[in-house]
Design a protein around this ligand. Structure first.
Ligand code: KG4
Ligand code: ZN
Length: 353
């Protein structure tokens, strides 16, 4: 195999949803990336259509790879390792990126790592803020997942799951509420824009799973979505105008309050001093501001990647590959398949026994 003994220059490939991402990372440093999105092609459907996403990945793969190489000032032959999201995600979409990654790894004769997408979200922060501390709490808030994790060394230690959502993920709630307010897809940025002029205390929407006996790290957002729907229906029935900005701001505040309260509780109960917030919803300005204030008050080190590294991208997958390569982790073979519902146990998807 070529290149494996040199300083790793890792190509990351991401295609689990509607973003086609290629990123190039060396020793914890992002050299460059390319990103294409099919989000607009899904707008009419109100959510991602897997077949459309897969076709878009196929068309975008080579041009986006070229953008990443040009951005990094790196030749394809300089790549020493390839890492690709092999799950979780939309099966047809994951297959395209994984097949591209296999073709690249095979043609360069370099190792291939199948990476867990959510570990990629956490690793994105390493590119911005350097290595993670010995232990930290990671709040992952994306379109498909909402989880609180206790994390040590991302590639060596098992990831401990403290809690997840019972129903909708935080990003999914943004997307669904955006649709019912007529703000379109993707919902997070649309709600955020609408909320800027709104009053976050205009409507008191429910904060679920916050009572004393409730599981402390478990989330539920479907009741919140229903409460917003009821509010809109009631106003429309009465022929009253729907105050979109106030509803968007109040909804956003309800989500943010719960996310921050539960994450802070995990940090306190574990006796830790670092909170990492990652995933698409971590791009949300209100979440960033509220978490920032709360962590500053408590002396907690808050790490949130810049918004462009919060939403799906190839750099975050390259960041995991770079950690794996530097740790000397064994590579997958080219026989690796996609695991659309992969559970998060570690950064790398399990190797065949
Ligand atoms: O992590 P991500 O890019 O993809 C998944 O792994 O799911 O997250 C996408 C989710 C979408 O639900 C999108 O609406 C949400 O992140 N999102 C936001 C913002 N930007 C993206 N949610 C709230 N505020 C934002 N600014
Ligand atoms: Zn994601």
């Amino acid at each position: 195999m070529n290149n494996a003994a040199r300083t790793p220059v890792v190509l990351g490939v991401e295609s689990s949803c509607d973003e086609t991402g290629f990123g190039i990372v060396t020793e914890g440093r992002l050299l460059g990336q390319g990103l294409a999105s099919s989000a607009m092609e899904h707008a009419d459907f109100g959510g991602v259509v897997p077949e459309i996403a897969a076709r878009a990945h196929l068309e975008a793969a080579v041009p986006t790879l070229q953008i990443a190489l040009d951005d990094a000032g790196v030749d394809l032959q300089d790549i020493t390792h390839v890492a690709a999201t092999s799950g979780p995600g939309l099966a047809t979409a994951v297959h395209v990126g994984l097949a591209s990654a296999k073709a690249i790894a095979w043609s360069l004769d370099v190792p291939l790592y199948g990476v867990h997408h959510l570990a990629g979200h956490a690793a994105a922060d390493v590119l911005e803020h350097g290595p993670l501390p010995e232990r930290s709490i990671v709040l992952i808030v994306s379109g498909g997942h909402t989880s609180i994790l206790a994390v040590g060394d991302l590639v060596r230690d098992p990831i401990e799951h403290l809690g997840d959502t019972l129903d909708d993920a935080a990003g999914e709630a943004f997307d669904k509420v955006s649709r019912l307010l007529g703000l379109g897809y993707p919902g997070g940025p649309a709600i955020s824009r609408a909320a800027v002029d709104g009053d976050p205390s205009a409507f008191s929407f429910p904060r679920a799973m916050m009572r004393p006996g409730d599981a402390p790290y478990t989330f539920s957002f479907s009741g919140l979505k229903t409460a917003v729907a009821r509010t809109v229906e009631t106003l429309e029935r009465r022929g009253e105008p729907v105050p979109v900005a106030d509803i968007a701001a109040s909804f956003e505040q309800a989500v943010v309050d719960v996310l921050v309260a539960k994450a802070l509780r995990a940090v306190a109960e574990r006796g830790l001093d670092t909170l990492v917030i990652v995933g698409g919803v971590a791009a949300n300005a209100r979440l960033r501001a509220v978490a920032d204030r709360a962590c500053a008050e408590r002396g907690i080190d808050l790490r949130i990647p810049p918004p462009r590294l919060c939403t799906d991208n190839g750099a975050m997958i390259a960041a995991v590959g770079d950690l794996l390569a530097r740790a000397g982790a064994p590579a997958h073979t080219l026989a690796i398949g996609a695991d659309p519902s992969a559970v998060l146990h570690g950064a790398q998807l399990p190797l065949p026994r």
